[in-house]
Design a protein around this ligand. Structure first.
Ligand SMILES: [Zn+2]
Length: 209
């Protein structure tokens, strides 16, 4: 298992060769101290389980009411999408698009890709798209910003609370769960291990055919 790896540090481009660390060990860049590799226990199984949980939670988080407010005897509820729609109606459509992408579309794509990749590796099922999916997920990592959206929800809630009492709905709890799961998902996916397994699956399927 102690295979040698050559890698350029993504931060400072220093070319480093190092022995594949064991679980619990960490490899840092000698020049800029960036964490390069940190193998995780049962990364494939954990990523697979977390992405299933994330996929299930995505729907209540997006379609169940997050907050309820009663103003002048009229009850209103808000779901995640209604924030996007009201931004759109206020003619703030560039913001609406960013919020839609960063808080709805990209998180969903991220969860689906994690599910696809870890599912294929979990069942040892080769697929010629695995490499492409891994590249996509790398770009998505930079774009999933549920935490930022959460912050704006909190600010909006605090403002509304001064007008009328708020009732928190299941959508909000599901959304908080979704943030926790997405964060765990990003840290459980051991990219080096995934790339190794994908390479191995590719070789195995070539031998088989
Ligand atoms: Zn470096």
């Amino acid at each position: 298992m102690n295979s040698k790896s050559y890698d350029a540090c993504p931060e400072c481009d220093l070319l480093i060769d190092y022995v594949q660390p064991k679980i619990g060990e960490k490899i840092h860049c000698p020049r800029c101290d960036l964490l390069l590799s940190k193998p995780r226990k049962k990364s494939i199984e954990r990523t697979f389980a977390l992405s299933i949980a994330g996929f299930i939670l995505f729907f209540p988080a997006n379609f169940l009411p997050m907050v309820g407010i009663t103003l002048l005897g009229k009850a209103n509820t808000g779901i995640l999408m209604s924030g996007v729609i009201s931004l759109f109606n206020e003619n703030m459509w560039p913001v609406a698009i960013v919020v839609f992408l960063a808080s709805i579309l990209f998180p969903l794509a991220h969860i689906c890709l994690s599910l696809l990749i870890s599912g294929h590796l979990f069942f040892n099922h080769p697929n010629r798209y695995l490499i492409r999916w891994m590249r996509w997920i790398k770009h998505l990592d930079e774009w999933v910003m549920l935490e930022v959206y959460m912050l704006s929800i909190i600010v909006a809630c605090v403002k509304l609370m001064s007008i009328a009492p708020l009732k928190f709905g299941w959508g909000l709890y599901a959304f908080i769960g979704l943030i926790i799961i997405t964060t765990l998902l990003t840290s459980s996916l051991d990219k080096q291990l995934f790339w190794q397994r994908i390479e191995q699956l590719g070789k195995d399927s070539k031998h088989a055919s």
